[in-house]
Design a protein around this ligand. Structure first.
Ligand code: DC
Length: 221
């Protein structure tokens, strides 16, 4: 299998994948694809249209008309910039069953494969190295202890004032809920690809993680 110029960055929620991926892309002059934002935008679209996942006909219709675009770090649903709307705790809850739906995954994975097929992308998600781009030249599975992920996510929410205020305990409980849901679902559960390299970033700064990924890509990509 010939390798594709894709850096696949998988791992659990709150591990810093998107910030890392953005900076790695900038360093290499590559593009960045946030697949989590695509699932979030889909959850928002289904919520707005009042579509239940169990109503397969309505779901199929909504998926057929779904237009999600990414420009830099902004996410567009049709013409509307929904970058902030998809980060609320409400969408964070709603996206769990949406991203576990096999039909939703089929449609979004196909879109992701079309976007990335020419290579030159840093892609973050849960199933990038296993399902979306199994031939990616560089696969990294980023981990960190749940306590350090919760601390970072809590700080980020306070700084950016995203949604209603959550305590550190709430953030930790939410991360545990998402870890469990993401890794136990039937459709493409979160798991490390056999040929991925794991990096535990619990005690690393963002700069160190970015430098590690860039170096790893230069040596092995
Ligand atoms: O990375 P994130 O928190 O923005 O992801 C949002 C949700 O989408 C999260 O519940 C995991 C899911 N997801 C997924 O199942 N597969 C991906 N490739 C990316 C995200």
């Amino acid at each position: 299998m010939s390798k594709l110029a894709i850096i696949a960055l998988d791992g659990p929620s709150g591990v810093g994948k998107s910030t890392t991926a953005k900076q790695v892309a900038q360093r290499l002059g590559w593009d960045y694809l946030d697949t989590g934002a695509m699932y979030r935008a889909t959850a928002l679209a289904l919520q707005r249209a009042g579509v239940e996942l169990s109503d397969w006909k309505a779901l199929e219709q909504e998926l057929a008309s779904l237009r999600i675009d990414q420009r830099g770090s902004r996410t567009l649903l049709g013409e509307e910039d929904v970058s902030d709307l998809i980060r609320t705790p409400e969408i964070t809850k709603l996206v769990t069953p949406v991203s576990a739906n096999a039909r939703v995954r089929e449609v979004l994975v196909e879109q992701q494969q079309t976007i990335g097929r020419r290579g030159g992308w840093v892609v973050d998600g849960r199933d990038i190295g296993t399902v979306v781009f199994p031939s990616a030249c560089c696969k990294i599975f980023l981990t960190a202890s749940k306590e350090s992920r919760a601390r970072r996510r809590h700080l980020e929410q306070q700084t950016k004032r995203i949604g209603t205020a959550m305590t550190l305990e709430d953030v930790l409980a939410d991360l545990q809920r998402r870890d469990h849901a993401d890794s136990t679902r039937a459709a493409s559960p979160l798991r490390q690809a056999e040929d991925a390299v794991a990096l535990d970033s619990s005690d690393m700064t963002l700069e160190a993680v970015v430098a590690w990924v860039v170096q790893h890509h230069r040596e092995h990509g």
